[in-house]
Design a protein around this ligand. Structure first.
Ligand code: UD1
Length: 372
């Protein structure tokens, strides 16, 4: 039987996580698929990249495009140029673009322009906020992909509303698959992690902030930090994304000190992050993926944004959106009262078999091109 040649392109932290279960699934069906993994190099620090490859047991990428940091146009265009060369040589039957980063958009555009089949993993998410670079990436990626894998019913409906109803599939979310697989390791390691960080179960709030809308504006970032400092009675654990670290240094915030009960730590791996989240009393974040992880772990979430691409977390009243940093202390204080009635696996995000469903659809829907 002729194998389907698949190129999966990843490059940023959330992409490693959401692609991992699908990559494992494809690797365990080697007789049907020939998989090539490409890393764009968008994230390059070991703590933003390498650690995820080992924790998620991802194979080493066949190629690293080494794009590094730069403007959106630079990253997108450079990935496109380098990827185009590789795709022309490798002639895959389908290119997979996961998520909503600049790497995602560059991958989908390059694949589509070469007239390859392009599959978007995590299709149909919409925040409705075109000021978010990810929203632009998602919309454009969906519109130039030929296979659309939607994680939720809402995402599927969003696609239909934009006239994208052909080859769209409700698969569930591969991040549920990823979380289920790593959970035994999380549970095994979390006690040591809490001891190492001098934390007790439920005695701290986990904070992650990295969106340009929160950290790129000096005044807003200053206001956020000031309001975190106001919560003196609450211990805050703040793993810092490199973007946030850089911006805080520009503000001359002393990120080594723990003066106001804020414990700044480096970016954590996947296992550590889930361990910290599972034991937190609340999550304060602007991340997309972590809103959903908090929901699945039944941890109340406060999101420092005006929109979310995961409205299901709002419907279940497990997540609250706030834009004004002055509202942080009071919202975090009442977060415990949030309704967290929905329990996995009755969540709207699937039951942990998304990667299996996607693999089966790929087997049916991808046309193998000649000659090999
Ligand atoms: C990217 C994604 C975002 C995702 C996030 C997860 C886009 C538009 N955004 O944002 O959707 O939520 O990844 O982390 O694609 N940097 C380092 N080391 C690294 C990577 C980045 O120091 O390994 C620094 C650089 O100074 C860079 C900045 O972080 O300028 C931002 O990195 P970039 O990849 O451009 O975007 P993210 O903010 O990480």
């Amino acid at each position: 039987m002729t194998r389907i040649r698949i190129v999966v392109v990843v490059g940023a932290r959330p992409q490693f996580i959401k692609s991992a279960p699908l990559i494992q699934e494809l690797l365990s069906h080697r007789h049907r698929f020939r998989l090539t993994l490409v890393h764009s190099g968008q994230h390059y620090d070991p703590e933003m990249s390498t650690i995820f490859f080992s924790e998620l047991k991802l194979p080493a990428p066949a190629l690293n495009l080494r794009v590094g940091s730069g403007s959106h146009a630079y990253q997108t265009a450079t990935i496109m140029l380098r990827l185009e060369r590789f795709l022309r040589e490798s002639q895959p039957d389908v290119v997979i673009a996961p998520g909503d980063t600049n790497t995602t958009l560059a991958t989908a555009l390059t694949g589509a322009k070469l007239a390859y089949q392009v599959a978007h993993l995590e299709a149909g998410l919409r925040s409705g906020d075109m000021d978010m670079p990810e929203e632009i990436n998602r919309r454009l990626t969906d519109h130039c992909s030929t296979l659309l894998f939607a994680p939720t019913r809402t995402a599927l409906a969003n696609l239909a509303r934009e006239g994208l109803a052909k080859d769209t599939w409700l698969t569930g979310d591969t991040m549920v698959d990823a979380m289920q697989r790593v959970m035994p390791t999380v549970k095994r390691r979390e006690q040591k992690l809490l001891e190492r960080m001098d934390l007790d179960d439920q005695d701290y709030v986990l904070v992650t902030l990295h969106r340009p809308s929160n950290v790129d504006n000096k005044d807003r970032l200053r206001q956020i930090i000031r309001n975190l400092e106001r919560m003196r009675k609450v211990k805050l654990v703040f793993p810092m994304h490199p973007r946030t670290r850089k911006k805080l240094r520009n503000l001359k915030t002393n990120i080594k000190q723990n003066r106001f009960g804020i414990c700044f730590v480096p970016p954590q791996g996947y296992v550590e992050t889930l361990g910290l989240l599972r034991n937190a009393k609340c999550l304060l974040t602007d991340s997309g993926g972590m809103q959903k992880e908090a929901f699945l772990l039944r941890i109340p979430c406060v999101t420092l944004r005006s929109t979310t691409e995961w409205p299901e977390t709002l419907v279940a009243r497990a997540n609250r959106l706030i834009l004004d940093p002055r509202k942080i202390p009071t919202t975090v204080a009442i977060a415990k009262s949030m309704n967290l009635a929905l329990k996995p696996p009755k969540t709207p995000f699937g039951d942990g078999t998304a990667s299996q469903k996607i693999r089966k659809i790929l087997e049916r829907r991808v046309t193998v091109r000649e000659p090999h």
